[in-house]
Design a protein around this ligand. Structure first.
Ligand code: GUN
Length: 289
């Protein structure tokens, strides 16, 4: 039997309506600064989608586009100014950055109370010890999707493929938290016999950045699969010259799994939604102060 499709678009639409209602109650509209360095096509497309979503939720987005050769010190200076700007509740620096800029130095410059991506060491550290923080958007969206699928996470075995600071590490941390209570295995590019681990997964979160990482023989019957991959596959029959594919062989794996997220329309819309969520939360906190 084919797996149930976990519809990220539908869940995102529902949450975004609730976020817009929260925004409407505030005296001052939440402000999100989005910094894009260079013209990486995927980054341009993410940033455009984030700005559109902001406007639809009644928030103000301020786009700051910088040339690919901008100096690290100049970028840090812009972030410091935004840290002090009362109209700005959230600061997002689209990653990846060009190689002459130290990504961590830039993230470290963001004030933790405006770090709506949840990437600063302060927010990641708070998440680690279970304190109030901004949870990184993609991991937060993944948890919402698993809960939305109706699955009881507690006591289940979750296998996370990927150990990035943006997805793999934080999602593993969240799933293993007291609240969610999963048993978590983290696999990565150094894992020998990946399939031996993924076949043991009740919940399989795949953030490897490589299409075809998970084939049907690597999936336990009845598993829930969250595919975080967004890969552009050249396809001359498409208007843009490419199609999107995840890291999971969707057609074959949906014959084995109980539930699966599609690409596009799964994790992607939820990442942006949780960014809006964090920005609203930041604005609420600022307006309480
Ligand atoms: N690049 C890929 N994903 C993300 C994200 O969630 N936030 C930022 N800032 N950059 C990214």
């Amino acid at each position: 039997m084919a797996a149930k499709i976990i519809d990220g678009k539908a869940l995102a639409a529902d949450l975004r309506a609730r976020i817009a209602a929260g925004v409407a109650k505030l005296e001052r509209k939440p402000g999100l600064a989005v910094i894009l360095v260079g013209e990486n096509p995927a980054s341009v497309s993410y940033v455009t989608a984030k700005e559109k979503a902001c406007a639809e939720a009644g928030m103000v987005s301020r786009e700051i586009r910088l040339p690919a050769d901008v100096a690290e010190a100049a970028l840090v200076g812009i972030i410091r100014d935004l840290n002090a700007d009362k109209a700005i509740d959230g600061i997002l620096v689209q990653l990846p950055l060009p190689s002459h800029i130290r990504g961590q130095a830039v993230i470290d410059a963001i004030a933790p109370e405006k770090d709506v991506d949840g990437f600063t060491p302060v927010n990641l550290g708070r998440m680690m010890i279970g304190e109030e923080c901004f949870i990184p958007c993609t991991p937060h969206g993944i948890v919402k999707l698993i809960e939305f699928s109706g699955m009881d996470i507690s006591g289940r075995h979750a296998v996370v493929v990927g150990r990035s600071n943006i997805v793999g590490k934080p999602v593993a941390q969240l799933l293993a938290s007291k609240r969610l209570n999963a048993t978590v295995t983290v696999c990565h590019s150094g894992t020998r016999d990946l399939g031996a681990f993924t076949r043991e997964a009740d919940i399989l979160v795949v953030a490897a950045g490589r299409p075809g990482t998970i084939t049907a023989d690597m999936v336990k019957r009845g598993a829930t699969i969250i595919d975080v991959g967004v890969n552009r596959i050249p396809d001359p029959t498409r208007p843009k010259g490419f199609r999107l594919a995840g890291d999971v062989d969707f057609a074959a794996c949906s014959e084995v799994a109980a539930a699966i997220t599609p690409v596009p329309g799964g994790v992607g819309p939820m990442t942006i939604t949780m960014l809006l969520w964090n920005t609203l939360e930041s604005a609420r906190r600022a307006q309480r102060r």
